[in-house]
Design a protein around this ligand. Structure first.
Ligand code: ACO
Length: 430
């Protein structure tokens, strides 16, 4: 039998019944959409601590069990047996593709990797030391000017071309940003290479000598992308949904997602972790650093630790930690001092009551930067790599939203605590 909750105003005696909605997995939710009409009040939940912002069929996280499912498939299985493009297709279409469907998708992505030459000129306007996330966000937003037809979000073909274009071009946009910071010539995409091999080539090849793509590096990148591809209603995905809910051009919505991902509390954490490990410097300094983290007046956080949903462990962090051993070994880099320091930091933090009592565990970004570094990717590009992968999830969520016949503009309300109504006072009377 379906459950109902009764909500009663104890002052007036007025009451209303709230329906309980059940998903296929996870906790039930209270439907409060009639609350304002029935009771004249809003709910208050800063940071969405207890609010489901939407219904979705894409990704499920069980924060206590440390489980992450893309369209029902455990991420660990996908990491072991799938590849990033297949995962992107799964996220967007909802099903594992047949071989023919996969080949058609992969071929279409490959054929859309080039950038309009006019778009390439945008980079010249940036200083060499511009943060790549600023460049990527700006160039992605500019795509709205090149692909105005994509604004026709009701047209399935336009939605499909948009999805393929953005997944195909994000690596090219990222590589162009990187080459710009180096002052090196832009390297065009190569259609004979797979998605991640092409990224390695665009990042590291130069016209004056041959560049051999390391298959171990390309495979490691692909695996990291699978793990970063989606994570239900996180801040950047919610940003894409909110921007997209106005019916804006989808490239503009993705650009908003890139901007949201950049912050250190979200995707920017991978860069911040390596900065932090640098600052700690050696195992001998860990205790001193953790004392600062625990000091509420110091405002220092243990970057790469903690998560709004995972309160046991982040399954992605576990996979990436194991991957560090394999990849560093295969690349002939041994464990490396930074990995050793991170391992020790994790070990000490997980024995410390501060972190244990708050259920703070390593998240996806605690170890990802170590792999990116081993692949030769510079620190300022870490969050850009995250953005390439998360584009798959952003597209899937945007599409789910705009094809929902009940889509409405996202428009939260507020608890106003500013001044009451008052009259304007001219300068001479202030
Ligand atoms: N270091 C130290 N203390 C922390 C940390 C941390 N990394 N994370 C949370 N805490 C503490 C808070 O100070 C708070 O303590 P209190 O109850 O004594 O006040 C408690 O744990 C709860 O923290 P909140 O900030 O309320 O948790 P919230 O869910 O809002 O934040 C977040 C989650 C942003 C991920 C947080 O844990 C954090 O800042 N972590 C570091 C940044 C990071 O790694 N971000 C990447 C997240 S994964 C991703 O987006 C890809």
């Amino acid at each position: 039998m379906s459950q109902k909750f009764e909500l009663k105003n104890l002052a007036t005696g007025k009451s209303t019944q709230l329906d309980v909605m059940s998903g296929s997995l996870g906790p039930d939710v209270l439907n409060i959409s009639q609350l304002t009409k029935d009771m004249g009040v809003f709910t208050f939940d800063p940071g969405f601590m207890a609010t489901a912002s939407t219904e979705s069929r894409i990704t499920f996280i069980d924060g206590d069990a440390g489980e992450l499912l893309y369209r029902g498939y455990p991420v660990a299985q996908l990491a072991e047996r799938s590849n990033f493009l297949e995962v992107a297709q799964l996220l967007i279409t909802g099903k594992l593709p047949t071989k023919a469907e996969y080949d058609a998708f992969a071929n279409s992505i490959t054929r859309h990797t080039m950038l309009n030459e006019h778009l390439l000129r945008f980079y010249q306007g940036f200083h060499h030391d511009a943060h790549p996330m600023a460049m990527v966000s700006a160039v992605v937003a500019s795509m709205a000017a090149f692909y105005r037809d994509a604004t026709d979000i009701g047209d399935p073909r336009q939605r499909e071309i948009f999805a393929h274009r953005i997944i195909a071009k994000l690596p090219t946009i990222a590589a162009a940003a990187y080459k710009h910071t180096l002052g090196q010539p832009f390297v065009y995409p190569r259609n004979d290479l797979r998605y991640c091999a092409n990224i390695m080539n665009m990042f590291f090849a130069v016209p004056c000598e041959p560049y051999a793509i390391d298959p171990v590096a390309a495979e490691a990148l692909d695996l990291l992308f699978i793990l970063h591809a989606d994570h239900e209603q996180n801040a950047s995905t919610s940003t894409v949904r909110l921007a997209g809910s106005t019916g804006t051009n989808p490239y503009a919505a993705i650009s908003a997602g890139v901007a949201s991902l950049w912050g250190p509390a979200h995707g920017g954490a991978n860069e911040a972790v390596i900065d932090m490990l640098d600052e700690i410097g050696s195992v001998a300094n860990i205790d001193k650093f953790l004392a600062r983290v625990k000091d509420k007046n110091d405002h220092v956080r243990l970057m790469g630790f903690g998560h709004r949903v995972y309160k046991n462990f982040d399954p992605r962090a576990k996979i990436i930690r194991e991957m560090c051993y394999r990849v560093l070994d295969k690349l002939g880099k041994g464990n490396g001092p930074m990995f050793e320091l991170a391992l020790k930091l994790e070990e000490i933090a997980l024995k410390d009551d501060y972190f244990v009592s708050r259920k703070l565990y390593p998240n996806v970004d605690f170890y990802s930067g170590i792999i990116y570094s081993a692949l030769g990717i510079p620190r300022s590009m870490f969050t850009v790599m995250f953005a390439i992968a998360r584009t798959a999830g952003w597209v899937a969520h945007w599409q789910e939203m705009v094809t929902d016949p009940h889509m409405r503009i996202g428009r939260p309300r507020q608890l106003y605590t500013g001044p009451g109504k008052r009259d304007y006072v001219p300068f001479e009377q202030r």
